[in-house]
Design a protein around this ligand. Structure first.
Ligand code: AMP
Ligand code: GLY
Length: 415
């Protein structure tokens, strides 16, 4: 089978890596891919949102199955276009992707179907939003109702900060014309629950936890994620069961009832609050960097899962290893702010861990940095303590003068 993977980050590298373990897959293409992916797939100079370009390529090269990584491609309608052309694709329709692309849509679904989440109100007027926020306790949670490249959520500590954020979103239209959702502020540990979903059928993946802050001790600015791990000790079997039944399956059923069934990955960004598990956000795709720590544990053939769901069929229940993984992201110095690119990267020969490429390219025959998040080193073991020691020592075998990383990935598991 010939498979096309859309996207070019660490998530797509992990998807390509999982596909490369399938005996059914003979050839993997990736658009646009990156330098690491290029060692396992043929990379194509087609942008992930170039739906027409991807469709032509898939048709002309008799691609059997296309797998979509990024939300931008889903929101550009790639799944609708491929399905209309009779091509198999793993990824939600544009209508179903609203569970991620519109915060207000997601909130309305949760409210209507009783899925636990923070209380909220949405506003399109700056004055009304400001009046509402002023009359409530701080911090205030402000969310732009649309895709904002991970910058659409502001936790404002005081009125001044809230005013600035609301002005950005509602007066200056920084992310485009859109509403703002104001949510109750919740506290508790967060975790990521990804499931393969085909309409009402939900196949859970192992739980994982992202680390959004740039520096050790959860200090510094928010990033796309500086590391992740599996094997969370603070989420009990009952918590997981609740999250699976009352959040993930309930949301899949709600989307069927709304006439926009899910067909792809549903990612629940969940929080274990004092009043139980609640939804912080949904994504309509694999998370990044969570995918890089979760997919290595899949023992089933990922092609079979993707193919069944792309065809609207039930998949066999995926089998997962009970090993644990810890993935450390190496990012360009300056990230998530501005950073330089083009720094050479080398590895010690005895590096003994999976290395996923997030933002790399080849320049004059040399592997170089080409993004904010550059690499993820993923260690695996029978327990978290041993895996942490292992990954922290393997990370030192990556050499580059312009990278930094956190040394405490998984710390909440050790508290
Ligand atoms: P989101 O993009 O919706 O996941 O929000 C980004 C981050 O903001 C989350 O990972 C949380 O840490 C934080 N956050 C979002 N919503 C809330 C909330 N209602 N209460 C507390 N923190 C939140
Ligand atoms: N790791 C969070 C995300 O993929 O949105």
């Amino acid at each position: 089978m010939k498979v096309l993977v859309v996207g070019g980050g660490g998530r797509e590298h992990a998807i390509v890596d999982a596909l490369s373990r399938s005996p059914k897959v003979s050839e993997i293409f990736c658009a646009p891919g990156n330098a690491g992916i290029a060692t396992q797939a043929r990379c194509l100079p087609i942008k992930d949102t170039d739906v027409d370009g991807l469709l032509s390529f898939a048709r002309e090269n008799a691609i059997d199955l296309t797998v979509v990584g990024p939300e931008a491609a889903l929101s550009a309608g790639i799944a609708d276009a491929f399905r209309a052309a009779g091509l198999k694709i793993f990824g939600h329709t544009k209508a179903a992707s609203r569970i991620e692309t519109s915060k207000e849509f997601a909130k309305l679904i949760m409210e209507k179907y009783g899925i636990p989440t923070a209380g909220y109100r949405s506003f399109d007027s700056y004055g009304d939003a400001l009046a509402y926020v002023s009359a409530r306790p701080f911090p205030a949670v402000l969310k732009y109702d649309g895709l904002a490249a991970g910058k659409g959520v502001v936790i404002a500590a005081d009125l001044e900060e809230a005013e600035g954020a609301l002005r950005d979103m509602l007066l200056d239209d920084r992310f485009g014309k859109g509403k703002v959702v104001v949510e109750d502020y919740l506290t508790g540990p967060e975790f990521s629950f990804m499931c393969f979903v085909n309409g009402n059928e939900v196949y859970p993946m192992p739980l994982s936890q992202d680390h959004k802050r740039a520096y050790d001790g959860d200090k510094g600015p928010n990033t796309g994620g500086m590391g992740a791990y599996t094997g969370l000790p603070f989420i009990s079997d009952d918590d997981r069961e609740f999250a699976l039944e009352k959040v993930m399956k309930a949301t899949a059923a709600a989307m069927v009832a709304e006439g926009c069934p899910l067909s792809g990955v549903l990612y629940g960004g969940l929080m274990k609050t004092g009043e139980g598990i609640k939804v912080i956000e949904f994504n309509a795709r694999f998370g990044d960097p969570e995918t890089e720590v979760v997919l290595p544990l899949l023992e089933s053939d990922i092609y079979d899962i993707f193919e069944a769901i792309a065809c609207g069929r039930a998949a066999a229940e995926p089998v997962w290893s009970d090993d644990v993984t810890i993935g450390v992201v190496l990012a360009s110095k300056g990230y998530p702010g501005s950073y330089d690119k083009g720094f050479g990267i080398s590895f010690d020969k005895d590096l003994d861990a999976k290395v996923y490429h997030m933002g790399t390219s080849i320049s004059d025959g040399q592997l170089v940095t080409s993004g904010g998040r550059v690499l993820m080193v993923c260690g695996r073991g029978r327990n978290l303590g041993q895996t942490r020691d292992k990954v922290n020592s393997e990370v030192e075998k990556v050499h580059c003068s312009n990278l930094f990383h956190r040394t405490d990935i998984g710390h909440k598991a050790f508290e």
